[in-house]
Design a protein around this ligand. Structure first.
Ligand code: PDD
Length: 294
């Protein structure tokens, strides 16, 4: 059986899945998305991702295409039909199809696409063992980075710069020299006291679901989290650096631009975080956070 995508109420072969040329997601990036990791056949943090999707839709006044329960069912069905063991579910909702006009259509009908891919988990694989390199790049995005919109061009440009430099990710910085986040990840450092430091939530960053998971998972484990902004300079001099995202979970960063972090190998704190995630995804806690309907 080949891959199957859910497009506006129907399950269709992946190769035939398409949207209209006047879909506002295509025309104006007038849409939002989520990426949900699947590990060992289980969704990781499904509830959190659906909640954030609902928030993004509210912020942009896009009508949810279906109830949360119906969406949860579609996600499960897409995982099942595509026999995903390890991979991702991608979902995208746009304001729908309408004759081209910047202003909202009078009677919009939201469009939805849900599909899945199977690929090895970045977060618990080789990258977790050896770490990755990042570069730094100016943050060229708009003023509402807290909304997970499909308008990702500045993120794509930053990621491309990283690739061209032989790095895995670009950590972006604001006009004051403070790190905002990665092009598709949240940025973290471990300070000299062993505390985890990450930028506080605001319109400047996406409030990562993995970021939130990590904050709650380390509670009671003797690891302190400090939410404050840090500069590029502090990043480069940090004891450890790591990034979080749905696909990366907690991935160690061993080099920033031309500066090697620590001894160039994943540090002990980050390695512990990788283990905390490994335990989490293998536990029953992960089922509760998936919000499965059955
Ligand atoms: N990216 N910041 C940005 C700009 C992101 O695009 C992402 C997610 C994150 C991390 O959020 P989360 O932990 O919820 O995945 C932070 C996804 C994975 C993507 O675009 O592929």
């Amino acid at each position: 059986m080949g891959r199957v995508a859910f497009v506006n109420g129907q399950y269709v072969p992946h190769g035939m899945a398409s949207v209209h040329v006047e879909d506002r997601g295509y025309q104006f990036a007038d849409g939002v998305y989520e990426v949900i990791p699947v590990i060992a056949g289980k969704q990781v943090d499904g509830i959190g991702h659906r909640e954030r999707l609902a928030r993004s839709l509210r912020e942009l006044r896009i009508t949810p295409p279906m109830t949360d329960r119906a969406l949860a069912l579609v996600i499960e069905e897409v995982i099942r039909r595509n026999r995903v063991r390890t991979g991702h579910v991608y979902l995208q909702v746009t304001r729908g199809v309408a004759p081209r006009d910047h202003a909202f259509p009078a009677d919009p009908e939201s469009a939805i696409v849900v599909y899945a891919n199977s690929k090895p988990a970045g977060g618990l694989g080789k990258q977790a063992e050896v770490g990755v390199q990042v570069i730094t790049a100016p943050d060229q995005r708009w003023a509402r980075c807290d909304i997970k919109t499909v308008g990702l061009l500045p993120n794509c440009l930053a990621k491309q710069s990283a690739r061209e430099a032989g790095a895995h990710e670009a950590f972006m910085y604001d006009s004051d020299g403070y790190v905002t986040e990665g092009s598709s990840t949240n940025a973290w450092i471990v300070d000299s006291e062993g505390r985890l430091v990450t930028r506080p939530v605001s319109h400047d960053i996406l409030n990562g679901i993995t970021r939130l998971s990590l904050i709650s998972l380390v509670e009671g484990q003797g690891i302190e989290v400090v939410e404050r902004a840090f500069t590029v300079e502090e990043l480069k001099g940090a004891r450890e650096v790591f990034l979080t995202s749905a696909s990366a979970l907690a991935t160690p960063v061993v080099q920033v631009d031309d500066r090697v972090i620590g001894n160039g190998r994943p540090g002990s704190v980050t390695s512990r975080l990788v283990e905390i995630f490994r335990t989490y995804v293998a536990s029953e806690q992960v089922d509760a956070a998936a919000g499965k309907t059955i």
